[in-house]
Design a binder for this molecule. Structure first.
Ligand SMILES: *[C@@H]1O[C@H](CO)[C@@H](O)[C@H](O)[C@H]1NC(C)=O
Ligand SMILES: *[C@@H]1O[C@H](CO)[C@@H](O)[C@H](O)[C@H]1NC(C)=O
Ligand SMILES: *[C@@H]1O[C@H](CO)[C@@H](O)[C@H](O)[C@H]1NC(C)=O
Ligand SMILES: *[C@@H]1O[C@H](CO)[C@@H](O)[C@H](O)[C@H]1NC(C)=O
Ligand SMILES: *[C@@H]1O[C@H](CO)[C@@H](O)[C@H](O)[C@H]1NC(C)=O
Length: 512
C-alpha cells in the first residue's frame, strides 16, 4: 500500500517535470490523457502521450498546430465535441498514429491527408455526404473503416483502391441508393451496408470479395437476393427488405453459410434450405409464410418462424433436425400440431408457441424441453398425457388460455419446474385447486396464478394468495397439506409471485 503510493508519487512527479497534466484532463502513467469540456485541444498535453481521448467538448475546428508535437501519439479519440472542420494535413505528420476516431461530431468530409500508418478510422455519426477518390489514398494498412450514420449517397469504387488490407467496412445508416462496381477489397471480412436505400447491387459487385464472411444488407429496398455472393460467407443478413422469394438454388455455393437472417420481408414460402449444409440459424420472423419451410438443413440449431401465418406443424418438416435447440413459432395461426412432430429433435430445449390457436398442449413433445411457451392459445385442459415426459421443463407458460382446473398430479411429472405462468385463465377456485396450490408451494415453484372466475363468491380473488378461500377450504384440506400451508405461511412466499410481475411479455430468468 505504502510502496505503491510512493511509486505513483514518484512517477507522476517525474513526468510532471517535463509537463503537467492540463486542466480538465486526467493523465495516467501509461501515457493516456483524457479531457472533457475543452474548448480547444489543450496546449500542454505531454509530448510523450500515446493515447488521447477528448469528448463532450466544444472544438469547432482542428488545426495543424493542435497535434504538431505529439510525436508518440498512437490513438486519438475526439467525440461528441461539435467538430465541423479539420485543416488539411492536421494528422499527416503523426507517423505513429494507428487509430483515429472522430465520431459524433459535425464533420462534412473525410479529413484530408491521413497518415499512412493508420489502421483504424472511425467517423460514425457525422454529416459526411461524399467520398472522394483521394480520401483514403495511401492507407494501405487500414483494417477498419467505420462511416456509419453519415449522409453518403454513392460509393465510388475508386475511393477504396488503396485499401487492400481493409477487413471491416461499415456503411450503415447512410443515403446510398446505389453502389458502383467493381470495389476491390480482397481482404474484406466484414461488410455492413444496413439501413440505406439500396434496391439492387450490380452483378459483379462481390467478385473481388474473396474473403467476405459477414455481410449485412438489412434495412434496404432489395427485392432480390444479390447474385454471386462470395462463397466464403458465414453470416448473411437481409432483414427488413422487400424480398418476396428466395431462390436457394442460386445460393448453394455458400457451403459454409451458418447464419441466414430473413426476418421482416414478404416471403410467402421457402423451400430448399438443405442446400446450405452448414446452416445453423435461420430467421424468418415477420414474413407471410403460410407453412413451415420445407427441406431444412440437418445442422439447424435455431429456427425462427414467429409472426407468420403458419397453421400446421407436422413431423415431415422436422425430419432429421436432430441439432435443433430453439424453435420459435409464436404469433402464427397454428391450430394443428401433429403428435410427436418434434420427436426427432432430440436436443430441443426452447419451444415458443405463444399466440396461436391451439386447443390443447401438443402430444409427445421432446423430453429435452426446458422452456415451453403456450401463452395466448385456446387450451382448456392440461392433462398428464401431454406433460408427463417433460422431465427437464423449467419454465411453462400457460397464461391467457381457457384453463379452469389443474390436477395436482400433473405437477408431479415436472420435477424441475421453476416458473409457472397461469394467470389470465378462467380459474374455477374449488378446494381441489387449493390442493394444487399446496403442491406448488411445497415444490417452491415460482407461480403466477391469476384470479378466480368461478364460483361467483370467489370471483376476482387471487387463488395463489387469497386467505379467504384458504379459510373456506380449511376443512376440506387434509391435515398434511394444512401443515405445508402453515410452514409456507411463515415465509412471505407470495412475495415471489408478485416480484416476477410487471411486464407480461418479459420474464427475467435463467435456465440452467
Ligand atoms: C485542402 O486539400 C484539398 C485536396 O487536396 C484542396 O482541394 C483544398 O484546396 C485544400 N484546402 C486548403 C485550404 O488548402
Ligand atoms: C469453408 O470452411 C472450411 C473450414 O473452415 C474452409 O477450409 C473452406 O475454405 C471454406 N470454404 C470456402 C468456400 O470458403
Ligand atoms: C460445411 O459443410 C461441408 C460439407 O458438409 C464440410 O466439409 C465443411 O467442413 C463445413 N464447413 C464448416 C465451416 O463447418
Ligand atoms: C367448478 O367446479 C365444480 C366442481 O367440480 C363444478 O361443479 C362447477 O360446475 C365448476 N364451475 C365452473 C364454472 O366450471
Ligand atoms: C368441503 O367439502 C364438502 C364435501 O366434501 C362440501 O360439501 C363443502 O361444500 C366443501 N366446502 C367448501 C368451502 O368448498
Amino acid at each position: 500500500m505504502h510502496l505503491s503510493y510512493l511509486l505513483v508519487f514518484l512517477f507522476s512527479s517525474h513526468s510532471g517535470l517535463s509537463t503537467a497534466c492540463p486542466r480538465r484532463c486526467s493523465c495516467d502513467p501509461a501515457q493516456s490523457v483524457q479531457c472533457y469540456r475543452a474548448t480547444e485541444i489543450p496546449r500542454e498535453i505531454p509530448f510523450a502521450t500515446r493515447r488521447l481521448y477528448i469528448s463532450h467538448s466544444k472544438i469547432k475546428q482542428l488545426q495543424i498546430t493542435d497535434f504538431r508535437r505529439m510525436s508518440a501519439l498512437e490513438e486519438l479519440v475526439l467525440s461528441c465535441s461539435g467538430t465541423e472542420s479539420i485543416e488539411n494535413n492536421t494528422f499527416k505528420a503523426l507517423s505513429t498514429l494507428k487509430s483515429l476516431e472522430l465520431y459524433k461530431n459535425q464533420l462534412k468530409q473525410i479529413p484530408i491527408f491521413l497518415p499512412s500508418g493508420l489502421e483504424i478510422l472511425k467517423l460514425a455519426d457525422n454529416s459526411i455526404n461524399t467520398l472522394h477518390a483521394t480520401d483514403f489514398e495511401g492507407l494501405v494498412k487500414l483494417r477498419v473503416l467505420d462511416i456509419r450514420n453519415n449522409l453518403i449517397a454513392t460509393l465510388p469504387s475508386s475511393a477504396f483502391s488503396s485499401l487492400f488490407n481493409l477487413q471491416s467496412l461499415i456503411l450503415d445508416g447512410n443515403n446510398m441508393e446505389s453502389v458502383s462496381a467493381p470495389v476491390k477489397l480482397p481482404r474484406l471480412k466484414y461488410l455492413s451496408m444496413a439501413d440505406n436505400k439500396l434496391n439492387s447491387l450490380p452483378t459483379s459487385f462481390f467478385t473481388s470479395f474473396k474473403n467476405l464472411q459477414f455481410l449485412s444488407l438489412s434495412g434496404n429496398f432489395l427485392t432480390k437476393v444479390p447474385l454471386d455472393l462470395p462463397k466464403s460467407l458465414l453470416s448473411l443478413k437481409l432483414e427488413k427488405n422487400q424480398l418476396k422469394t428466395v431462390r436457394l438454388q442460386d445460393m448453394k455455393h455458400l457451403e459454409n453459410l451458418s447464419e441466414f437472417f430473413l426476418s421482416e420481408n414478404q416471403l410467402t414460402s421457402i423451400d430448399g434450405a438443405h442446400l446450405l449444409p452448414n446452416l445453423t440459424t435461420l430467421e424468418l420472423s415477420k414474413n407471410q409464410l403460410q407453412a413451415l419451410p420445407l427441406r431444412l438443413p440437418g445442422r439447424l440449431q435455431k429456427l425462427d418462424c414467429s409472426n407468420n401465418l403458419i397453421q400446421r406443424v407436422t413431423a415431415q418438416e422436422f425430419q432429421g433436425l436432430q441439432d435443433l435447440k430453439h424453435l420459435f413459432l409464436d404469433n402464427n395461426a397454428v391450430s394443428m400440431f401433429e403428435a410427436g412432430a418434434l420427436q426427432q429433435c432430440a436436443q430441443l430445449s426452447n419451444l415458443a408457441l405463444e399466440q396461436n390457436l391451439l386447443i390443447s398442449i401438443p402430444l409427445r413433445l421432446p423430453d429435452t424441453l426446458a422452456r415451453l411457451d403456450l401463452k395466448g392459445n385456446d387450451i382448456e385442459d392440461v392433462g398428464e398425457q401431454e406433460l408427463k415426459d417433460l422431465k427437464q421443463l423449467q419454465v411453462l407458460n400457460l397464461r391467457n388460455n381457457k384453463i379452469s382446473a389443474l390436477d395436482r398430479k400433473v405437477l408431479e411429472y415436472l420435477p424441475r419446474l421453476r416458473h409457472l405462468y397461469l394467470d389470465g385463465n378462467p380459474w374455477n377456485c374449488t378446494c381441489d385447486l387449493l390442493r394444487t396450490r399446496g403442491v406448488l408451494m411445497a415444490k417452491g415453484t415460482d407461480v403466477r396464478g391469476g384470479q378466480c372466475a368461478a364460483p361467483a363468491e370467489r370471483r376476482g380473488e387471487s387463488w395463489m394468495s387469497s386467505k379467504k378461500i384458504l379459510q373456506q377450504c380449511e376443512d376440506n384440506l387434509s391435515s398434511i397439506e394444512k401443515g405445508k400451508e402453515d410452514r409456507k405461511k411463515m415465509k412471505p412466499n407470495e412475495a415471489s409471485s408478485v416480484a416476477v410481475n410487471t411486464d407480461d411479455d418479459y420474464y427475467d430468468y435463467e435456465l440452467d
